[in-house]
Design a protein around this ligand. Structure first.
Ligand code: SAH
Length: 377
């Protein structure tokens, strides 16, 4: 990897420094005949001070600044639009080239600010209730495009993380399946946790997955962030329909993998996400099945009111049904929360992202991509 960085330099391609971890940047500077600590300085400038031009980096020599400007860049995704919801939620639509857009959403709460970021352009998984699935899979995001979303959100909110922090938590719950962009997501999360970059604790970063079991098993070796699992159904017959990757990695395998993820950490819990779909998965019988399933796993259940989008036949369960479902889980001893829907006036709620951006031709093309991509799973 370090060599790839230098190969780009030799080939005269500017390297985007947002793509690299601290160790990689250290090698980069050593290869340039510089001191290792330049990597820490650079990370601090980029992430803590939100600087993207070398000329502002006051503790770096003039000669190195001009060398960096020749061979490297700090390239941020371009903002196509910014929308603010009445509840303070902000949604950015970002262009990532080739007419592709991704979305990033900031959700302020009383004691924290959560940034929901994307890991892929589109998604290959075809969950029937998710609008991203409608557009199919296009490509993985680079580390720079993942980190660029955080950089940009800070910049747009005029926030210098070193001085005041608006983003206290990051969730990989935007577009895409993070575990299918494994290498880049692992690196990006390492940068988020790096004290010279954003320095977030592992508990403040949540990776949400629909259950790519082999990758989930690997995750434990490579990272230890918080885990959210999109369960959505308490039995295989129903989950096969809602989250088709279940046909490949059914509930039993998924839950075994979840148990392994937290087995040697006494206080850790897994969050199980459960979207509330009227008449589909929201009946008392489903709640009872769910209780049986999760009884012996340290878990929290997050009930998500379904957010509708054009072309969907699903409806959100009524508030009464959701309350009843939630009460049954709570009475059985499961920690249960119902997610407040945020930013729905700007289509920034879960599963509504970027659904309106893509034209039909592209969608068909991307659906073909899905099939190719899925063959690799
Ligand atoms: N691919 C990952 C992360 C992206 S989805 C995953 O599946 O977990 C983030 C969360 O939003 C998931 O729990 C997903 O199931 C949920 N979601 C998707 N579409 C939704 C919708 N229309 N309404 C409510 N939640 C939805």
């Amino acid at each position: 990897m370090h060599n790839i960085l230098m190969v780009d330099v030799i080939k005269n391609i500017k390297v985007n420094l947002l793509n690299y971890t601290e160790t990689e940047l250290e090698s980069f500077f050593i290869n340039l005949g510089e001191k290792r600590f330049r990597a820490q300085q650079l990370l601090q400038w980029m992430y803590q001070f939100g600087v993207n031009d070398f000329s502002s980096m006051t503790n770096i020599s003039k000669a190195l600044k001009s060398r960096l400007a020749d061979i490297a860049e700090i390239k941020i995704p371009v903002v196509a639009s910014e929308q603010k919801s009445d509840d303070g939620t902000i949604k950015w639509l970002l262009e990532v080239g080739g007419g592709n857009c991704i979305e990033t959403v900031y959700i302020p709460e009383k004691n924290r600010g959560t940034l929901c970021i994307s890991s892929q352009v589109g998604c290959a998984l075809d969950c029937t209730f998710c609008s991203t699935a409608q557009q199919g899979f296009n490509r993985n995001l680079t580390v720079a495009e993942i980190m660029g979303q955080i950089w940009l959100a800070n910049h747009a909110m005029k926030c210098i993380p070193r001085e005041n922090r608006k983003i206290t938590n990051i969730v990989l719950m935007g577009m895409g399946e993070p575990l299918l962009n494994y290498q880049n997501v692992i690196k990006a999360m390492a940068i988020m946790m790096d004290d010279n970059a954003y320095g977030l604790s592992k508990r403040r970063i949540t990776l949400s997955t629909s259950g790519v079991v082999p990758a989930l098993d690997r995750l434990k070796q490579d990272s230890d962030v918080s885990l959210a699992v999109s369960l959505h159904a308490p039995n295989d017959a129903l989950r096969d329909q809602l989250v088709p990757i279940n046909k490949k990695y059914p509930i039993k395998l998924l839950l075994e993998s979840c148990r392994r993820y937290i087995e040697d950490e006494a206080r850790r819990k897994i969050t199980f996400e459960y979207v509330m779909l009227e008449g589909i998965n929201d009946q008392p019988g489903h709640a009872r099945e769910l209780i049986k399933l999760l009884r012996d796993i340290p878990s929290k259940v997050n009930l998500i009111p379904f957010n509708p989008f054009p072309q969907t036949n699903y409806k959100c369960s009524s508030p009464e049904t959701i309350d009843k479902f939630s009460d049954l889980l709570i009475k059985a001893g499961l920690i249960t929360m119902t997610r407040k829907t945020r930013g729905d006036d700007i289509d920034a709620a879960c599963g509504q992202l970027a659904g309106k951006v893509l034209d039909k031709t592209k969608r068909t093309l991307n659906k073909k991509n899905n099939n190719n991509y899925r063959a690799m799973l």
